[in-house]
Write a new protein. Sequence first.
Length: 107
Amino acid sequence: MADHTKDADPALFGSFFMPDGMPVKPAFQMLKERVADCTPEWAEKITGVPADTIKRIAHEMGVTARDQKIELPIPWTDFWGQEHETVSGNPVAFHAMRGLAAHSNGV
């Protein structure tokens, strides 16, 4: 499959057409459109957390996820059969409790 080839760069955003002409969008594009109105100012009204605080924390999480790495000494084999001595990742996660998991597509 083209999307599983080594060094593939799948389109996460945009609008496309299938070979039969059917219009399609990647899930990330649909999510982006769905939450476009969910701004920090919108969330402030619901949560009472100032929009500036929401923006600051979101920025800190983004910078940490992008710039910091964790490396664990766990051997593993990737999709293409290449063996690796360690697992590396980014030190950002969140736990949404039952909110996301309760949705039919939450997993």
